[in-house]
Design a protein around this ligand. Structure first.
Ligand code: FEO
Length: 404
């Protein structure tokens, strides 16, 4: 897609990845984009490079505006390879440019590429690069998303270039929020923001709140947020800031998601009466089978619901492997403010439900115990017990939900 002007003399020169479906294990059914921005000023400045395999796309977009050798500054807001693995190729076309980067960014970049022939300026929060008519202020945002991360604020344009934060993995021909909502839908955009937050930023809610407060204390007006993935927030940047604050403060829907896997359909047979019991208590409910659903999608569903029931058959005295994998992924995301329970079928010794509660305890999640487990296949009486378990869980979820 050709270079797109986002502010006078500031252009998106990034690339759209229509075909990526596996983003380091995070499934991206809608693809992604790798955004970067070219500022045409007395000193031409590029903010972020691009994923290596898309370097030619960014270079062509730059060439449509200016010869790459005219670029005097490259700002590296984030060194993760989806943004910085194209840096060596891009720097070949602008070898005299100075790279602006945090200390941790430089140290990290040294581990990926040979930086010995490039000029660097290490920057900190509040430092300013004057490019002629514009002042670009750097704001360090460690752990949003990596220790090196920072944002760049273009003062004269009230533009925050926010790297990973406020992004979405979504390939579309729309470059702006209003355009996306008109061409696709607001619900699809909300879903993409939640999916991205759940899989990338869930562990950092406290940091997010602190960083947003810090930016607000700086008193800098923001009328556009340009992230490194997905659409640019032009019509309503406060929408995504409020969504982030809500998520960081524990907002979720009054809904239960049942996430399970099954061997011979017995655990699966338990999900239906449990689901009915939840629904009959007036709580929305959804069922996700793990081997039919990417774990990143299951995590998004977990994150948007207040309650979650995890179902697993017992295999070799423990959890079914796909359930164990999901819980390992979830544990790393350090979820909070959710209530959980467990159920499952076993053949002889059992063990899966106990392992599930052990995992919940390690995550310090609110639990409804003891869960429900049964031998082999649920009888008619046990299906009734599953129904009642669903009802009881839904009542606990409604009670817990009042805290938020
Ligand atoms: Fe889009 Fe943390 O990289």
């Amino acid at each position: 897609m050709k270079a797109t002007e986002i502010k006078p003399d500031i252009y998106w020169v990034g690339a759209i990845d229509w075909s990526i479906r596996d983003f380091h294990g995070y499934m991206t059914p809608n693809g992604s984009t790798y955004n970067n921005y070219l500022i045409l000023d007395e000193q031409v400045t590029l903010v972020d490079s691009v994923k290596h395999s898309f370097s030619h796309v960014t270079l062509d977009n730059i060439r449509s505006l200016v010869d790459p050798s005219a670029i005097q500054n490259l700002i590296v807001n984030h060194i993760e390879p989806d943004h910085a693995s194209g840096i060596s190729l891009i720097m070949k076309h602008m070898p005299d440019a100075t790279i602006y980067i945090t200390r941790k960014g430089k140290d990290g970049l040294d581990r990926y590429v040979d930086t010995s022939v490039w000029k660097f300026k290490i920057v900190k929060t509040g430092e300013i690069l004057n490019t002629g008519k514009r002042n670009l202020m750097f704001i360090e945002t460690p752990m949003l998303h990596w220790p090196d991360s920072m944002m760049t604020y273009v003062k004269e344009d009230n533009l925050l270039i926010s790297q990973d934060a406020f992004g979405q993995h979504y390939a579309s021909a729309s470059r702006f929020d209003g355009e996306f909502m008109k061409n696709i839908s607001e619900a699809e955009l909300d879903d993409a923001v939640q999916d991205y937050y759940a899989n990338i930023l869930m562990p950092f809610g406290t940091l997010i709140k602190r960083k947003i407060a810090e930016i607000q204390e700086l008193g800098i007006p923001i009328d556009m947020i340009a992230p490194d993935h997905g659409i640019i927030w032009k019509d309503n940047p406060s929408k995504v800031i409020n969504m982030y604050l809500d998520m960081a403060n524990g907002k979720a829907d009054l809904r239960v998601v049942i996430i399970y896997d099954t061997m011979w359909h017995s655990t699966e047979l338990m999900t239906l009466p449990i689901m009915q019991g939840i629904k009959d208590e007036g709580v929305d409910v959804k069922i996700i089978k793990l081997r039919a659903t990417p774990k990143s999608t299951a995590v998004k569903e977990f994150w948007t619901a207040r309650g979650c029931l995890v179902g697993s058959p017992t295999l070799n005295n423990g959890m079914f492997p796909s359930v164990a994998e999901f819980l390992a992924y979830l544990k790393g995301l350090r979820p909070q403010n959710r209530i959980v329970g467990a159920f499952g079928s076993y053949g002889w010794g059992g063990g899966a439900v106990k392992e599930l509660y052990d995992a919940f305890a390690k995550m310090k999640l609110e639990v409804v115990e003891p869960g429900i487990q049964l031998i082999y296949r649920p009888s008619a009486e046990e299906k009734e017990q599953c129904y009642e378990f669903g009802q009881e869980f839904a009542r606990k979820v409604k009670e817990y939900h009042k805290n938020f």
